[in-house]
Write a protein that binds this ligand. Structure first.
Ligand code: AHR
Length: 317
C-alpha cells in the first residue's frame, strides 16, 4: 500500500511504501541496443532483478523518446512500484516525470541525466560524464606531447547527456594545448556502423595523413572507425591515435592488438546501486543522494588488455 506524502519544496516527492524486494514490480525503459555497452547494461539489469526476486517489466524503446514516454505511461497504468529510466536524450521529460510523481511512483535514472527539476526523480545512477571526456582529452594531450595534432571527434547521439558532457569534458581536457585542434566533429549515434560511415567521411574530407587522432564518445564507434582506417590503408593506433569510452571487451582487444590506444571504463552495472537505493527507499523511506556516481577508470596499453578481454568477454557485452 502506498503512503500519501505532502510535497515540500526541495523534499523528496515520492511516497515510500513498505514492501519486500520479492513483492516488487519495476518497469525498465531501456533506450535500445545501440552499443555493446548498452546490451551489457540490459543483461546486468535483468540479472540483478532476478537475483533479488524483482518482477522486471522491460521495454526496449528502439532509440525513440516517444517510445520511452509510452512505456513510462504504461508502467504507471500498471501500477508498478518504481521505474528505471535510461533517457535517450536529455530534454522533454518533465511532463511524464510529473505523471509518475502524481502516481507516487519513484523514477531512477540510469547512465544518462535529464534537463528536468531534480525533485521529479528519486536519484540518478551515472558516471561523471564530463570527467570521462576530460580524462580522454588529458590522455591524448599527454600522448601527443608538443606535436601538432588534428583531431576528429565521433559524437554520441545528438541531444543525449553523454554526447553533450563528453564533448565538454574533452574540450576541457585539451584546453591550453594550442597544438591540438578538433578539425571535424559529427555524430555517429553511438553505433559501430555509423562510426565507420562517419570516419570514412572524415578520412575522405581531411586525408588520412592529416588526421592525428580520433576521439570517439564510445568504443563501438571507435571499433567501426578502426575498420574504416584499415580500409583506407592506414594503421589505427599508430597512424591515428584512438581514445574512446566504455571499456567494452572489443576495445580491450583492439588495445591489445595495438589498434586502439585508450578507453575509459563505464560500468554496465548501474542496476545494482539503483535497485539498492530503491529497495531501501521502498522498505523504510531511506532517501538516496540525488546522484549516485559510478567509477571511471582509464585503460591504456600499459594494462594487460588481453587478460581483461578474456575476463570481460563472457559478461554479456
Ligand atoms: O549512456 C551511456 C552510453 O550509451 C555508452 O557510453 C554508450 O555506449 C551507450 O550507448
Amino acid at each position: 500500500m502506498k503512503l500519501k506524502t505532502t510535497l515540500l519544496a526541495g523534499a523528496i516527492a515520492f511516497a515510500p511504501l513498505t514492501a519486500f524486494a520479492a513483492d516488487l514490480t519495476i518497469g525498465f525503459s531501456q533506450i535500445g541496443s545501440e552499443s555493446g555497452w548498452r546490451a551489457a547494461e540490459t543483461t546486468v539489469t535483468k540479472q540483478e532483478a532476478e537475483r533479488r526476486g524483482i518482477d522486471l517489466k522491460f521495454a526496449d524503446a528502439q532509440q525513440k523518446q516517444e517510445n520511452q514516454i509510452k512505456a513510462i505511461r504504461s508502467f504507471i497504468a500498471q501500477g508498478v512500484d518504481a521505474i528505471l529510466l535510461a533517457p535517450v536524450v536529455a530534454t522533454g521529460w518533465d511532463e511524464v516525470l510529473e505523471e509518475a510523481q502524481d502516481a507516487e511512483i519513484p523514477v531512477v535514472l540510469l547512465d544518462r541525466t535529464v534537463d528536468a527539476p531534480d525533485d521529479l526523480y528519486l536519484t540518478a545512477v551515472t558516471s561523471d560524464l564530463v570527467h570521462e571526456g576530460k580524462v580522454a582529452g588529458e590522455w591524448l594531450a599527454g600522448a601527443v606531447g608538443d606535436d601538432k595534432c588534428r583531431i576528429v571527434e565521433l559524437q554520441g547521439t545528438t541531444g543525449s547527456s553523454p554526447a553533450i558532457d563528453r564533448k565538454t569534458g574533452f574540450e576541457q581536457g585539451i584546453a591550453g594545448n594550442d597544438n591540438l585542434e578538433i578539425v571535424r566533429s559529427q555524430t555517429g549515434d553511438f553505433t559501430r556502423s555509423q562510426g565507420k560511415v562517419v570516419m570514412e567521411s572524415f578520412l575522405k574530407a581531411e586525408g588520412g595523413e592529416n588526421i592525428c587522432a580520433l576521439y570517439a564518445h564510445n568504443d563501438d564507434m571507435a571499433v567501426g572507425a578502426i575498420q574504416a582506417i584499415k580500409e583506407a590503408g592506414l594503421k589505427p593506433g599508430e597512424d591515428i591515435k584512438i581514445v574512446a569510452i566504455d571499456a567494452v571487451p572489443d576495445a580491450h582487444l583492439a588495445i591489445a592488438n595495438g589498434e586502439m590506444n585508450a578507453t575509459i571504463e563505464l560500468t554496465p552495472n548501474m542496476a545494482g546501486p539503483a535497485l539498492d537505493a530503491l529497495e531501501a527507499y521502498l522498505a523504510n523511506g531511506t532517501v538516496p543522494p540525488k546522484w549516485i556516481q559510478t567509477e571511471s577508470r582509464l585503460f591504456t596499453s600499459a594494462d594487460d588488455n588481453q587478460a581483461i578481454y578474456e575476463q570481460k568477454k563472457d559478461l554479456g557485452y
